[in-house]
Write a protein that binds this ligand. Sequence first.
Ligand SMILES: [Fe+2]
Length: 172
Amino acid sequence: MLVFGNVIAIDEAKARVRLKLPDMDDYETPGWIFVPQACTVGDKSYNLPAINTLVAAVMDSEMQDGCLLGALYNDEDVCILGDKNVKYIKFEDGAYFKYDKTTGFFEGKAPNKIYMEAPVIELKGDVVNTGNFSSTGQVSDNKSSMQAMRDVYNSHTHTCPDGTTSTAMGQM
Ligand SMILES: [Fe+2]
């Protein structure tokens, strides 16, 4: 049967919850209710509702076992957007993923760090940043690397009428 309730307990290791059902005299489900995930074999996803989240669930006739259908907005926890063209996941600490298909603008924000790892990370397009840029490897443009420029600069001399000058005093 279809029920509506609030999450009162979370089994974080097994992705299950227990519910309290206000429409059934605050009946508390004795067993753990499954929280459906996008994928669980091979590829695995993880997403759990918070305590007090209003959810819909289907329960067996004995109200013992069940499965969550999803979390629901309500008057207390109101919907964050009013635009069907936007996909948005917003976190309590200010982090978010957002895509608006009317503008083609994908946004991601994290309060601490965004980390990506791969043998090659390729960006196609101009890169604009407002902070510093650093590398523990080589930095190159379409002509040569900064190390190649440094090697030329540090060893270069000039030939003058009175003789050859020494290498540059300030070494890079
Ligand atoms: Fe010079």
